[in-house]
Design a protein around this ligand. Structure first.
Ligand SMILES: [Zn+2]
Length: 105
């Protein structure tokens, strides 16, 4: 029996999560309204996409900074630009290699 993910299409009730899961038989019809608040819901078709997205969110600059990580993004010729966390705003590729060697990122 597959677990089907639904999300509210527009409004949602105060007690409702954005996304909820329902165990359904394969021959059962999809829900069209939320069993809790009665607002329209839509099936979240691609669960793989949803999990990739959350992984991306986990690696978002804001989340990394919240967890004390510093993230650098390669920007142009041998320079890295800081996108999150503490540390210098821009570092050179040499500095990046040094930090990497020290296990800083
Ligand atoms: Zn609802």
């Amino acid at each position: 029996m597959p677990l089907i993910k639904y999300g509210h299409a527009e409004k949602k009730g105060d007690l409702c999560p954005d996304v909820f899961e329902v165990l359904q038989y394969r021959n059962e019809e999809d829900l069209t309204v939320c069993p809790t608040c009665g607002n329209p819901v839509r099936k979240m078709l691609n669960i793989r996409v949803a999990s990739v997205k959350s992984e991306k969110d986990m690696l978002s600059p804001k989340n990394l900074a919240n967890h004390g990580f510093t993230q650098y993004k390669k920007s142009g010729d041998g320079f890295y630009e800081k996108t999150a966390g503490e540390g210098p705003q821009v570092i050179s590729a040499d500095q990046a290699r040094t930090l990497q060697a020290k296990g800083k990122f």
